[in-house]
Design a protein around this ligand. Structure first.
Ligand code: SOE
Length: 379
């Protein structure tokens, strides 16, 4: 986490939040990702020394029966069915958004205007215009976008090795994010497959993670050329996206995201080749980072499969002892742990709504390029 000091109004707002050690959380949404977030709210203070008690005050959703069952299983104090009433409640300090993408903007904007701390699932919005309005509204409140994979220890360690220059000059950044949900009729009937609710298909859902991770690890994108494809007839969102990328640091890359990656459940992979080495990560083996050190004598070179569970690796002090592996949920716990640590120190947290907006701008260019076949500059 890069510490950036807050200033002015933002700092004063943060300071006023800091006086409250108990923070009441309202979560809008109660599906899969709502359960993941609930777990993180319960666990964050167990693993991180944060001066806040995160109180799971109210969970909001449309289906009262499933909502009540979820609230009781995850220990939410209250349920509500109208988010507009919840996000302005004076007893709520934190609003967490875990609903279909097209609802992110209205909820985040209302919550930010009410002065709440706002946490929002990815992709930040369904369009650049919405994302701009959200980033503007949240300028004066602490905010977070849930690009949770930045907080996988192996990803954090890759970032550290890159920042130390251990890979030398970067030549290639290639990434994949594949699942097989599009090929499964029981999964492909949900909101993620409808433009009216999701805004886009695999690009917002999975490619957004790839773009955030790539810019986090390898810097900004200079230009891109993309194609998208929809396999299912009648579906109005993209099922697969393939992007060629030129990065500002001179490296070239490729991103592939698909819901038809049959054989892959949640295969989020990157591989980086530099003049002095190689890094490779696969979420399906998330405690490992592969590292090839090309500065070693040729007869000793080989790919090391590092077990990134400490010591002297990210979150070694927070989670279990070295060798005691962690899972998907820890990336969300670490995201919250870092966020509330930053809040208590009056530091800016990333990824913020600004980072979510940057991803949204790249996604828009992906779609523009897919329509026109042209290379598109990113600024
Ligand atoms: C479903 O495709 C999903 O839950 C995504 O929406 C998440 O962002 C991803 O991390 C895992 O898969």
């Amino acid at each position: 986490m890069v510490p950036v000091m807050l200033c002015g109004l933002h700092a004063r707002r943060v300071a006023s939040h800091m006086q409250t050690s108990r923070l009441n959380v309202a979560m809008i949404g109660h599906g899969f990702i709502g359960r993941v977030h609930s777990n993180a709210f319960h666990q964050a203070a167990h693993f991180f020394q944060i001066p806040y008690e995160l109180n799971l005050k109210v969970v909001c959703g449309r289906n009262r029966a499933t909502l009540e069952a979820m609230a009781s299983q995850w220990n939410w104090e209250e349920v509500a069915t109208d988010w507009t009433q919840v996000v302005t409640r004076p007893d709520i300090q934190v609003v967490d958004i875990a609903v279909p993408n097209v609802l992110h903007a209205p909820i985040a904007i209302s919550a930010a205007q009410a002065g709440k701390i706002v946490l929002c699932e990815k992709p930040l919005a369904a369009s650049v215009q919405e994302a701009e309005q959200m980033a503007e509204a949240a300028r004066r409140v602490p905010n977070l976008v849930w690009f949770n994979y930045r907080r996988v220890p192996a990803v954090g360690f890759a970032k550290r090795l890159l920042d130390e220059g251990r890979l030398g000059k970067i030549f290639h950044y290639r990434a994949l994010y594949l699942n097989q949900s599009g090929n499964d009729p029981s999964k492909a009937s949900g909101w993620r497959y409808r433009r009216a609710e999701a805004g886009s298909g695999v690009s917002g859902d999975l490619l957004s993670h790839v773009i955030d991770m790539a810019t986090y690890l390898n810097g900004n994108i200079a230009e891109l050329c993309a194609t998208t494809h929809t396999f299912a007839s009648g579906r109005d969102v993209d099922d697969a996206a393939i992007v060629m990328v030129r990065f500002k640091n001179g490296s070239v890359g490729s991103f592939e995201a698909s819901r038809y990656g049959v054989g892959c459940s949640n295969r989020n992979v990157f591989e980086i080749n530099g003049s002095q080495g190689m890094l490779r990560f696969d979420l399906e083996d998330m405690n490992r980072l592969e590292f090839f050190d090309a500065t070693q004598p040729p007869n000793l070179r080989g790919t090391r499969k590092l077990l990134v569970t400490g010591p002297d690796q990210p979150y070694a002090e927070n989670f279990w002892k070295p060798g005691h592996t962690i899972g998907y949920e820890h990336s969300f716990i670490a995201t919250l742990g870092d966020f509330f640590t930053a809040l208590s120190r009056q530091e800016v947290f990333r990824p913020s709504f600004g980072d979510g907006l940057a991803v949204q701008r790249v996604l828009e260019r992906v779609h523009k390029s897919a329509e026109t076949g042209a290379w598109i500059k990113c600024n």
